[in-house]
Design a protein around this ligand. Structure first.
Ligand code: MN
Length: 192
């Protein structure tokens, strides 16, 4: 099976000023396209050719894992955003669970921001849920994804420099703080 570059559910400039259209053009059009091209080349004629993406991420290693992991990560990342809202707040079931399990949205954001800011090098900070309904925030290096440890991923911020350097240069914490304005909480609820 050939993988395709995921279509964005919004225009390239729809997330401005939080994420510029230039960053979207490089991040989606160049970086993610590169992972798609690399994976398609790497799995041709192998046992991974007809395996679902999550299964590849759970079982592969090396270049196949790296490119499959980055496709899964970016597909979840790019489909969780909407146009900015200044006081964007969680809604529905995820709002209740965040309040119950972290105390408040502010306390949750503080832990998420800390895990994102302190992740050394390239990777991702994730909100996931375990099989018992417990929310967990994890740092995942490089191309890793919480599905590797049996968690269901709900929300992720990409802390690879390619995700923010054009817009924020070295100010990773400022970028992470701004991302709350564009989280589509309906999408997060849909992943619960
Ligand atoms: Mn990325």
């Amino acid at each position: 099976m050939k993988y395709q570059l995921i279509q964005l559910p919004y225009e390239a400039n729809a997330l401005e000023p939080v994420i510029s259209k230039e960053t979207i053009a490089f991040h989606h059009g160049k970086h993610l396209q590169g992972y798609v091209n690399n994976l398609n080349a790497a799995i041709e004629g192998t046992k991974y050719e007809d395996m679902p993406l999550e299964e590849i991420v759970k079982t592969a290693d090396g270049g196949v894992f790296n490119n499959a992991g980055q496709i899964l990560n970016h597909n979840l990342y790019f489909t969780q955003f909407c146009a900015p809202k200044v006081d964007n707040q969680p809604t529905g079931v995820i709002a209740q669970w965040i309040d119950q399990q972290f105390g408040s949205f502010d306390a949750f954001k503080e832990e998420f921001a800390k895990k994102g800011a302190t992740l050394f090098g390239s990777g991702w900070v994730w909100l996931s849920v375990d099989k018992d309904g417990k929310l967990v925030i994890t740092q995942e290096p490089n191309a890793n994804n919480p599905v590797q440890r049996g968690l269901r991923p709900l929300l992720t911020f990409d802390v690879w420099e390619h995700a923010y350097y054009l817009d924020y240069q070295n100010r990773r914490p400022d970028h992470l703080a701004a991302l709350w304005q564009i989280v589509d909480w309906d999408v997060v609820n849909g992943r619960l």
